[in-house]
Design a protein around this ligand. Structure first.
Ligand SMILES: Nc1nc2c(c(=O)[nH]1)N[C@H]1C(S)=C(S)[C@@H](COP(=O)(O)OP(=O)(O)OC[C@H]3O[C@@H](n4cnc5c(=O)[nH]c(N)nc54)[C@H](O)[C@@H]3O)O[C@H]1N2
Ligand SMILES: Nc1nc2c(c(=O)[nH]1)N[C@H]1C(S)=C(S)[C@@H](COP(=O)(O)OP(=O)(O)OC[C@H]3O[C@@H](n4cnc5c(=O)[nH]c(N)nc54)[C@H](O)[C@@H]3O)O[C@H]1N2
Ligand code: SF4
Ligand SMILES: [Mo]
Length: 914
C-alpha cells in the first residue's frame, strides 16, 4: 500500500503548535473529506513535535462532527441570512459610533483566531473605527510575559527555541504544569532526560503536579512568593561568584538597582521562610542554578496570572541576564504560550495597548507609520481598555456594543457573574463562535457561525516564534465562514471596502508581512538598529511577496524572516544586542509584593485554578469526546487531608466554595499534592456542562498594574461541605434535563451521557421526577412514550431509589439515588448502553445495583485515554501481574503507548504501590 498523502496542518489547541497530518481515502481521491473516516497523526516532519501528539491532539478527529455546531447566523433568536446578520452588525456598530464616538464600541477577541483573522479585526478597530478597544483573551494569559519581555529586551521577543530545553543541563519549570498543559514539550524534555540523565529538572509550583514526574527537585512554594525566590537567587549568584560580569558590562543595564532591590529578603533562611519551603531545598535549587551554565527557565500562568506577574517574570529574566544565559544553546528564560496563536495575536498587535506589528502607542511616529501604511483616516491614538476594564465599561454602559470572537468570557473572565450581567444588559452583543450553546452565546443578540479547525486556512505562531500553516481539509459546517471573512464583510458594510478588499487569507498575510517590514530598516541616526537588526523585532517581510501557491506550501519557520534571515532564525540575541535604544538588555529592579488580597478568617483558603490533562478551556470541543471526558469527568476541588479535616470535607463528597464574588460546587478530592491552606479547582466547567461550576465566578477582577492580567491563581475562599438531601447519578442515551437539582455535572461517554446529580429537596414522586428528566430532553422523538418500560426499586426507609427505562429491551436510562455516596459503579452500568437488548441477568443486576457474576471486572476511572485503560486495571497489573514499570504496563496493557500523556500518572500509580 502506498503511504497515505495527507493534508499537513497544525493542532488548534496549545501553544506547542504540533504539526498534524490528516488523511482519508476521499482526500486521496481529491475530495474535501467528511468528518468521519478521517485519520490523523502527528507530522513526523514538523519541528515542534516530530510526529508526537498528546491526548487532546490525537483525539482531534473525534471533534469534527457537526453536532453542537452553530450552523447559520442567528439574529435576536431567529435564523437569519448572512446578509441580514452582517448588515445588522455593521449598522449597529456604525450607529453607536456615530452617536457616542468610537470608544463606545469594543471587540474582544482570542488567541485562537488565526493571524489573518486577528490582523483584520485589529485593523478594523484601530485603523478604521478609530478606537483601540480591541483586547483579547491573551490578556488573561500572555499579557504579563509581553510586558516583561518589553521591559527586559525592548521587544516582545522570546529568545529561545524548543531545542534549548533538550540541550540544557538544567530546566527550571516555574508556575507551569508542563506535563498537562504543554504535553509534547514535556515529552521532548522527558525523552532528552532519559537519553541524558544528567539533565536536572526543578519544578516550582505550590502543587505537586504531573510535571513533578521527571523533577529532581520540587519546591512547593508558598502561593505568590516566586519573586522572593528569584531575587534571593540573584543575591546567591553574586555571593557564589556566578554572575557573568563581562556579559553584564557589555550587554546589560540595571544590575546594581536590581541587586539592591533584592536586598530585603536575600539570605537563604529568609528566602526559605518567605517561600514556605525548607532551607535545604532552597540551597539545593540555588546551587544547581549557580553551577549550571546551560539553564532554561520555563514559566507560565503560575507567574503570569498574578497581581505582580510582570515583576515576577522580570525577576526570572534578571537571573538569566546576570549570568549571560541567554541567546546561547540550552539557555534562556522561556515564557511558553498557552493558545495556538497567542503569539500571532501579539505579532499583529491584538492587545489594546499594542497598535500593530510590534508597535504601540508610546511613539507618535509609529502611529503615523501605521496610519500611512493602512491609509487609515481615524487611527486610534491611545491604548484602549484591557479585558477587565472593557467588561467593566460594558457594565457601566460606557461601551454599548461588543463583538466577541473565539472566546467564552462568561466562563473565563474573573468575576464571571458580573461579566454575564454586563453582557445581558449591553445594547448590542455580537458573538462569533463555532458552537451554538455556550455560556457566552447565550448572551448574544447576534450569533455568527465561524468556520472551525479543518475548515479554514491561515497561519499560527507557536511558543518558539515558529509560523505554521493551518490548512483546510473539510467543507465548512453549515453556513459557517472564516473569521477574517466575517470581519471583512462587516468592514465593507461599514464603508471601508477599499481598505478591506480581502478574498483570500494569503492576501491578508502578505499585507501583514509588508507592514512588519514597513520602515523597519536599520536606523543608526536615532541610535536604533544594529548589525543584523531591524528597529522592530517582528519582521516577516521576506514573506510579503508570496503568491497563493507559495502560501499554500509555506513550511514552518521562525521569525524574523527578512532579507538578512530569509529562512528565519532559531535563537534571538545571540549577538548580545537587544531592541532597546542603546542595545542593552534591562534588568528590572523588583520589589516583591504579596498577592493583592490575603486570606482572612472569613476566607481562609487560597484558591488556585488551572487546567486538567484532557480538557481544553471551556470544553466546547474536547467536551464532545468520550475518551477525553473519561479521565476527569466532574468539576472537583483538591485539598490536603489536613484541610479536609479542618473543614469537614470528605473524599468524594460535594463541597461549596465561596468567595466575596460568587460560589461554586465541586467534588472533593483529598490529596497530599496540595499545600495546607490551598485548594485547586479546574477552570473548564461551565453552565453548558454543569451547574454552579464556573471557577471564575469566585475570582476577583484584580489585575497586575502593568499588564492588566488578572490574579487567577490566588483568590481567598471559604469551603464547606455541601450536604444535599439526596445524591446520585443517571446514565442515559441522550442528555437529560433534570428538574430540581442543585448540582448536576453532565459528560458524554461512548453511547451514553453520565450525569452526577444532587438535590436540596426530595421530590414527592421519584418516578415522576425521573420521567420528567427523561421527557424534558429536547429533540428526541419520543412520540410513543407508552412504549417505554419503567422498572423501579425503592427503599423509602433507606432513602434509596433506582429506576431503569427500556425501549424494546434496549436500555435508555438508569437513575440511582441515595442519601449518601454509596452508589454502584458507573463503569459496569455504562457498558450496558452498548447492548441492543439487555439480558435477564443484566436486568436483575440493574435493580440489585450489582454487576452479575461473570461480568468483566470494572476497570475503574480511565487513566489512559487513548486505549481506555482504567486505574483499577493498572493497579491490578502492578499488584497481580508484577508490572513494575511504565514500559511493562505498556507492553501488557497498552496504557501509555500512544500519546504518552498518561505516563506521569502511571508512574505515580507504580510508586504508590511500591
Ligand atoms: N490540557 C490543557 N492544556 C492547555 C490548556 C488547556 O485548557 N488544557 N490551555 C492552554 C493555555 S491557553 C494556557 S495559558 C496554558 C497554561 O499552562 P500552565 O500555566 O502550565 O497551566 P495552569 O494549570 O493554568 O497553571 C500552571 C501552574 O501554576 C501553578 N501555580 C499557582 N500559583 C502559583 C504560584 O504562586 N507560583 C508558582 N510557581 N506556581 C503557581 C498551578 O498550581 C499550576 O500547576 O495551557 C495551555 N495548554
Ligand atoms: N480562573 C481562571 N480563569 C482563566 C484561566 C485560569 O488559569 N484560571 N486561564 C485564562 C486563560 S490563560 C485563557 S487562554 C482563557 C481561555 O478562555 P476562553 O478563551 O474563554 O476559552 P475557550 O473555551 O478556548 O473559548 C474559545 C471559544 O471560541 C470558539 N472557537 C474555537 N475556534 C474558533 C474559531 O476559529 N473562530 C471562532 N470565532 N470561535 C472559535 C470555541 O467554541 C469557544 O467557545 O481562560 C482564562 N481564564
Ligand atoms: S501538545 Fe497536544 S494540544 Fe498542544 S499542540 Fe501538541 S498535540 Fe496539540
Ligand atoms: Mo491561555
Amino acid at each position: 500500500m502506498s503511504h497515505p498523502v495527507g493534508v499537513r496542518t497544525t493542532c488548534p489547541y496549545c501553544g506547542v503548535g504540533c504539526g498534524v497530518v490528516v488523511s482519508s481515502e476521499r482526500l486521496l481521491a481529491g475530495h474535501p473529506v467528511e468528518a468521519d473516516g478521517i485519520t490523523l497523526s502527528g507530522d513526523q516532519q514538523h519541528p515542534a513535535n516530530f510526529g508526537r501528539l498528546c491526548s487532546k491532539g490525537s483525539a482531534l478527529a473525534e471533534t469534527l462532527d457537526i453536532e453542537g455546531r452553530l450552523l447559520y447566523p442567528i439574529v435576536d433568536g431567529q435564523r437569519a441570512s448572512w446578509d441580514e446578520a452582517l448588515d445588522r452588525v455593521a449598522h449597529g456598530f456604525k450607529k453607536i459610533v456615530a452617536q457616542y464616538g468610537p470608544d463606545a464600541v469594543a471587540f474582544y477577541v482570542s488567541g485562537q483566531l488565526l493571524t489573518e483573522d486577528y490582523y483584520v479585526a485589529n485593523k478594523l478597530m484601530k485603523g478604521f473605527i478609530g478606537s483601540a478597544n480591541i483586547d483579547t483573551n491573551s490578556r488573561l494569559c500572555m499579557a504579563t510575559a509581553v510586558a516583561a519581555h518589553k521591559r527586559a529586551f525592548g521587544a516582545d521577543a522570546v529568545p529561545v527555541c524548543y531545542e534549548d530545553i533538550e540541550v540544557a543541563d538544567l530546566v527550571v519549570i516555574v508556575g507551569s504544569n508542563y506535563a498537562w498543559a504543554h504535553p509534547v514539550l514535556f515529552q521532548r524534555l522527558a525523552a532528552a532526560k532519559q537519553a541524558r540523565p544528567e539533565i536536572q529538572v526543578v519544578v516550582i509550583d505550590p502543587r505537586r503536579t504531573a510535571t513533578c514526574d521527571i523533577a529532581d527537585l520540587h519546591l512547593a512554594i508558598a502561593p505568590g512568593a516566586d519573586a522572593y525566590l528569584f531575587n534571593g537567587l540573584l543575591h546567591y549568584l553574586r555571593r557564589e561568584d556566578a554572575i557573568d560580569f563581562a556579559y553584564v558590562e557589555a550587554h546589560v543595564e540595571g544590575f546594581a538597582a536590581s541587586f539592591e532591590a533584592a536586598r530585603t529578603v536575600s539570605s537563604v533562611p529568609k528566602v526559605a521562610q518567605v517561600c514556605g519551603v525548607s532551607e535545604t531545598q532552597v540551597s539545593e535549587f540555588f546551587r544547581m542554578f549557580a553551577r549550571t551554565k546551560r539553564t532554561v527557565t520555563i514559566f507560565s500562568q503560575g507567574i503570569n496570572q498574578s497581581s505582580s506577574g510582570v515583576d515576577k517574570a522580570n525577576a526570572i529574566i534578571n537571573v538569566h541576564l546576570a549570568t549571560g544565559r541567554i541567546g546561547k544553546p540550552g539557555m534562556g528564560p522561556f515564557s511558553v504560550t498557552g493558545q495556538p496563536n497567542a503569539m500571532g495575536g501579539r505579532e499583529v498587535g491584538g492587545l489594546a495597548n499594542q497598535l500593530a506589528a510590534h508597535m504601540d502607542f508610546s511613539d507618535a511616529a509609529n502611529i503615523d507609520l501605521v496610519a500611512r501604511f493602512w491609509n487609515a483616516p481615524h487611527i486610534a491614538k491611545a491604548p484602549g481598555l484591557k479585558a477587565v476594564g472593557m467588561f467593566q465599561a460594558i457594565a457601566s454602559e460606557k461601551i454599548k456594543a461588543v463583538w466577541i470572537m473565539g472566546t467564552n468570557p462568561v466562563v473565563s473572565m474573573p468575576d464571571a457573574d458580573t461579566v454575564r450581567a454586563a453582557l445581558k444588559s449591553c445594547e448590542l452583543v455580537v458573538v462569533s463562535d463555532c458552537v451554538q450553546h455556550t455560556d457566552t452565546t447565550a448572551c448574544a443578540d447576534i450569533l455568527l457561525p465561524a468556520a472551525g479547525w479543518g475548515e479554514k486556512d491561515g497561519t499560527v505562531t507557536n511558543s518558539e516564534r515558529l509560523i505554521s500553516r493551518q490548512r483546510a481539509f473539510l467543507p465548512a459546517a453549515g453556513e459557517a465562514k472564516p473569521d477574517w471573512w466575517i470581519v471583512t464583510q462587516v468592514a465593507q458594510r461599514m464603508g471601508f471596502a477599499e481598505a478591506f478588499p480581502y478574498t483570500q487569507p494569503a492576501q491578508i498575510f502578505r499585507e501583514h508581512a509588508r507592514l512588519s517590514g514597513f520602515e523597519n530598516g536599520i536606523d543608526f541616526e536615532n541610535g536604533v538598529g544594529f548589525e543584523n537588526k531591524t528597529k522592530r523585532a517582528f519582521d516577516v517581510s521576506a514573506l510579503a511577496e508570496m503568491d497563493e501557491t507559495q502560501y499554500d506550501a509555506l513550511q514552518p519557520l521562525q521569525w524574523p524572516v527578512n532579507s538578512q534571515t530569509p529562512h528565519g532564525i532559531q535563537r534571538l540575541f545571540t549577538d548580545g544586542k537587544f531592541y532597546t535604544p542603546n542595545g542593552k538588555a534591562r534588568m528590572v529592579a523588583v520589589t516583591p509584593r504579596l498577592p493583592a488580597v490575603a486570606t482572612d478568617a472569613d476566607f481562609p483558603l487560597v484558591l488556585n485554578t488551572g487546567r486538567i490533562r484532557d480538557q481544553w478551556h471551556t470544553m466546547t470541543r474536547t467536551g464532545k469526546v468520550p475518551r477525553l471526558n473519561a479521565h476527569l469527568f466532574e468539576p472537583f476541588v483538591q485539598v490536603r487531608a489536613r484541610d479536609a479535616t479542618s473543614y469537614n470535607l470528605q473524599e468524594g463528597g460535594l463541597a461549596k466554595l465561596s468567595s466575596r464574588h460568587g460560589t461554586m460546587l465541586a467534588r472533593v478530592q483529598v490529596s497530599e499534592d496540595q499545600r495546607t491552606g490551598s485548594a485547586f479547582v479546574p477552570i473548564h466547567w461551565s453552565d453548558a456542562f454543569a451547574k454552579l461550576a464556573r471557577a471564575d465566578a469566585l475570582v476577583a477582577a484584580i489585575t497586575d498594574p502593568i499588564s492588566g492580567q488578572p490574579e487567577f491563581k490566588h483568590t481567598p475562599v471559604k469551603i464547606e461541605p455541601y450536604q444535599p438531601a439526596w445524591q446520585g447519578f443517571a446514565l442515559s442515551r441522550e442528555r437529560l434535563d433534570f428538574p430540581d437539582t442543585s448540582y448536576c455535572a453532565s459528560s458524554q461517554g461512548a453511547a451514553y451521557w453520565r450525569h452526577e446529580i444532587a438535590g436540596g429537596s426530595i421530590p414527592e414522586d421519584w418516578l415522576a421526577w425521573a420521567r420528567s428528566a427523561f421527557n424534558r430532553c429536547a429533540d428526541w422523538g419520543k412520540s410513543d412514550l407508552l412504549k417505554y418500560l419503567w422498572l423501579e426499586y425503592r427503599d423509602a426507609a433507606m432513602g434509596r431509589y433506582r429506576a431503569a427505562c427500556l425501549h424494546d429491551g434496549r436500555l435508555e436510562a438508569v437513575f440511582f439515588i441515595a442519601p449518601d455516596q454509596r452508589l454502584p459503579s458507573r463503569e459496569w452500568l455504562s457498558s450496558l448502553f452498548k447492548k441492543s437488548v439487555l439480558a435477564a441477568a443484566d436486568l436483575a443486576g440493574l435493580l440489585a445495583a450489582r454487576a452479575p457474576s461473570g461480568t468483566a471486572a470494572d476497570g475503574g476511572r480511565i487513566v489512559c485515554a487513548c486505549f481506555s485503560v482504567g486505574e483499577k486495571t493498572i493497579l491490578n497489573g502492578i499488584q497481580a501481574q508484577g508490572l513494575n514499570s511504565a514500559e511493562a504496563i505498556g507492553l501488557k496493557l497498552k496504557a501509555g503507548t500512544n500519546c504518552g500523556s498518561c505516563l506521569p500518572e502511571i508512574r505515580r500509580l507504580i510508586a504508590r504501590q511500591a
